[in-house]
Write a protein that binds this ligand. Structure first.
Ligand code: TXA
Ligand code: MG
Length: 347
């Protein structure tokens, strides 16, 4: 069967939409699926999300089922602009407003007091809701056309790397969601920065492309910044206690790739390497290498690299460690989770 360009039905009943920003009929259908309680996978500038009407508890429940997500892990609510935030939150404190004005639409999520209309299932019964305004044109188009706040976690099955390409989103959610919107490759490739603001302290619950330095610049003194630790005994962001971002292969962090690949432990294994350009060893034919010219490219390509190295059956992935600065902080956060903190070359 040949696939129609838009609104085509895949084998499993999941509809595929392309170019929704240019195809009014496809956009209308996608918005109607959200309005009628269905699930739509949509692209954002960070990763693909699995969206449902945030005001419909039944629809949100379907997200948890489709992902196999624990019910105590709350969802981010996406809105189309600052003027829509009170559809999910009960108030917008000044510091949060300043940060949204500086970085939205974009990869910043702020935890705010929850609006009473929002069903408890969205926030896993927490009194706060995480809110974000995505910048991908297809995400904004869907939010505006549906006229609703959209609850959306990353569109992976629980515990797996977030999809950052249409192909990955299809692999994860074909047959589980009602529709998938093709928006190409995600520009940033790592999930949004999640923060909470308590008095004059900004706490970074999950590092992302909006960095601590960028936040400090906007708020200035007297604000201080702190980072939640992944192994906090009582995590402020419930998602932090779950294993995330893990491919099938065993991931090991690595400072010196040259010596690590010569390690006898790896002699009989099929090895994948993820590294900055020219840092991978030149051993022809035995290694599968994913190289990135810049740290931003590393962030953008990390989950796709995990996905592709899994597809070719790598047993071990050696991932080059980076300085925990700028986007490097977010990359290391995801690599530490994917590896469970295991290093190939550090005691
Ligand atoms: O870039 C992103 O943020 C993507 C795209 C789709 O927007 N979404 C995403 O959602 O990464 P998810 O569900 O995979 O991760 C959301 C994180 C989780 O760690 C969750 O625990 C935390 O945000 N979170 C959500 N609501 C929260 C709340 N009310 N308080 C504290 N943390 C919260
Ligand atoms: Mg996720």
């Amino acid at each position: 069967m040949t696939q129609k360009k838009n609104n085509s039905s895949a084998r499993t009943g999941t509809q595929i939409f392309r170019d929704i920003t240019k195809d009014a009929a496809a956009l209308k259908t996608a918005a109607e699926i959200i309005q009628s309680g269905g699930l739509v996978v949509f692209p954002t500038e960070t990763v693909y999300g699995l969206g449902a009407n945030a005001l419909d508890a039944g629809a949100v429940g379907r997200i948890f089922t489709a992902k196999g997500r624990p019910s105590d892990n709350p969802l981010i609510v996406h809105v189309s602009g600052i003027d829509q935030i009170l559809k999910a939150a009960s108030s917008l404190p000044t510091a949060a407003k300043l940060l949204f004005e500086a970085f939205s639409p974009g990869p910043l999520t702020i935890v705010l007091p929850k609006n009473e209309q929002l069903p408890d299932i969205v926030t896993a019964c927490l009194p706060n809701v995480a809110v974000r305004i995505p910048s991908h044109p297809a995400a904004l188009a869907l939010l505006k056309a549906s006229g609703l706040p959209i609850a959306a976690p990353s569109a992976n099955r629980s515990g797996r790397p977030s999809p950052t390409t249409f192909g990955m989103a299809l692999e994860e959610m074909n047959g589980r969601a009602d529709a998938i919107i093709d928006g190409g490759d995600c520009q940033i490739g790592l999930e949004s920065t999640v923060i909470t603001i308590i008095h004059n302290e900004v706490r970074i619950l999950r590092p992302g492309a909006v960095t601590d330095q960028m936040i400090v610049k906007v708020l200035g003194r007297p604000f201080t910044i702190s980072h939640a630790k992944a192994n906090d005994s009582k995590p402020q962001s419930p998602g932090m206690k779950y294993t995330h971002y893990k491919p099938k292969a065993e991931v090991l962090l690595c400072k010196n790739l040259q010596s690590a690949v010569l390690d006898i432990r790896f002699a009989s294994k099929s090895i994948g390497i993820i590294a900055l350009k020219n840092h991978a060893p030149q051993i022809q034919g035995t290694l599968s290498v994913k190289e990135f010219a810049t740290e931003n490219d590393y962030a953008k390509g990390l989950y796709k690299a995990f996905f592709e190295l899994d597809q070719i059956g790598c047993e071990i992935v050696l991932a080059e460690s980076l300085e925990e600065q700028g986007i490097g902080k977010a990359i290391m956060n995801r690599l530490l989770k994917a590896s469970g903190g295991s290093w190939a070359d550090k005691n």
